[in-house]
Write a protein that binds this ligand. Structure first.
Ligand code: PLP
Length: 385
């Protein structure tokens, strides 16, 4: 496969001014990714600061309720800051320090990536600026306050739909201007090479743990792993160690929005190939190549593109990608809260909702949902529905 490509997807499509920074990042990462000192430093933060490993929890009442396979939750919601996003920000912040860059920028939709970035910047003493769409600022008020509390600055973005893609555009603009002293921590497996690879690798800690935990808990690999897909970082992280285990079914869940007549945010299900934010991938666009205005009840899935490796896994039929609508996600949000005492993020609730389709699967099978985040950040928006 060509460097930075996943089949026909991926690559580097960016302004020339950023080429040097991407090459520098790639070289450092390839040098350091198997370095013992770097990995020990990373592991130390994962264990003592993030709280890893995250548990693999048997959802007994959910299993009874569905009446099909055994259902397990990989509890990334229990990580420090409440989601999987911290796995990547910790790794990239360490890379930034090695690059000698003291200023960090990031974009955020649901605010989780913003909080995770501001958190590690506080810990490592790095300046931090977070770009966030005004629509998302309104629906994720609590996370905006957290980011400010952590000493980072939130820059509101009012262009376009004032959501994640617009925040990404602004971050790229900032990076072009300040590339000398700034590292851009992209929050998902999106963007130009080497970001999809770096973000996947840092998130794959959840998939690696899951492999060991499933052997420990049920003496074989899971039959199916389900994860929600916005840009696709929690899904790619939990899928990656299983890609070559062909008996493990991989299912990504995209946000369908209100209904099938709505645009939603399901780039693999409803999109076509194009270039967005530096990579060739599946995107939601009209016939003239203009990016469509996506929608989803969950800010973190409300994005018109998807990581190129997911586009590839769909293309070669290694993973399947299904659509879940807002109302189904909301039903799952309440159901898992009431049956298991776990309030999930609205993004995660999309993945949980897919369990309703699985009642015909044999009771001996084991299905794992990656519980990408907790629901605290979404309580205000669910309250106002
Ligand atoms: C809890 C949670 N899950 C999932 C996502 C979607 O991102 P990704 O597809 O990169 O995992 C987000 C994004 O903010 C999130 O906060």
């Amino acid at each position: 496969m060509n460097k930075g490509y996943y089949g026909k997807f991926g690559g580097i499509f960016i302004p020339e001014t950023l080429s040097f920074a991407l090459r520098e990042l790639d070289t450092l990462y390839q040098d350091i990714k198997n370095d013992t000192t770097f990995n020990n430093e990373l592991q130390d933060i994962y264990i003592h600061y993030v709280g890893r490993p995250s548990p693999l929890y048997f959802a007994e009442k959910y299993t009874e309720n569905i009446g099909g396979p055994k259902i397990w939750f990989k509890r990334e919601d229990l990580n420090h800051t409440g989601a999987h996003k911290i796995n990547n920000t910790v790794g990239q912040a360490l890379l930034a320090k090695k690059l000698g860059k003291k200023r960090i920028i990031a974009e955020t939709g649901a605010g989780q990536h913003g909080v995770a970035t501001a958190t590690i910047c506080a810990k490592l003493g790095l300046e931090c600026v977070i770009y966030m769409g005004e629509t998302d600022i309104q629906r994720q008020e609590l996370n905006v306050f957290k980011i400010n509390t952590l000493g980072a600055k939130v820059v509101p973005v009012s262009s376009g739909t004032a959501t994640l893609k617009d925040a990404l555009n602004e971050s790229i603009r900032d990076w072009v201007t300040n590339v000398e002293n700034t590292h851009y921590i992209i929050g998902s497996v999106t963007g130009p090479h080497p970001y999809p690879e770096i973000v996947r690798d840092f998130n794959s800690i959840s998939g690696k743990e899951l492999k060991d935990q499933s052997i420990e808990r049920f003496e074989k690999l899971p039959d199916m792993v389900i994860a929600c897909v916005g840009g696709g970082s929690n899904a790619m992280g939990v899928f990656a160690p299983f890609v070559d285990d062909l008996n493990v079914e991989l299912v990504g869940i995209e946000a369908g929005g209100v209904s099938d007549s709505d645009i939603g945010s399901a780039s693999i299900n409803d999109g076509s190939i194009g270039v967005l934010h530096g990579a060739k991938t599946m995107i939601l666009q009209n016939n003239s190549g203009e990016i469509l205005e996506t929608s989803s009840i969950s800010a973190g899935l409300d994005y018109p593109g998807v990581g190129p490796e997911h586009a590839y896994l769909a293309d070669i039929d290694r993973a399947k990608y299904k659509k879940v609508f807002d109302s189904q996600a909301l039903d799952a949000f309440y159901k898992v809260s009431r049956l298991e005492g776990i309030i999930p993020a609205l993004e995660t609730a999309h993945a949980i909702a897919y369990l309703e389709e699985l009642s015909d699967i044999n009771k001996d099978k084991n299905v794992v949902v990656n519980m990408s985040g907790r629901g605290d950040k979404d309580l205000y928006s669910v309250m106002s529905l």
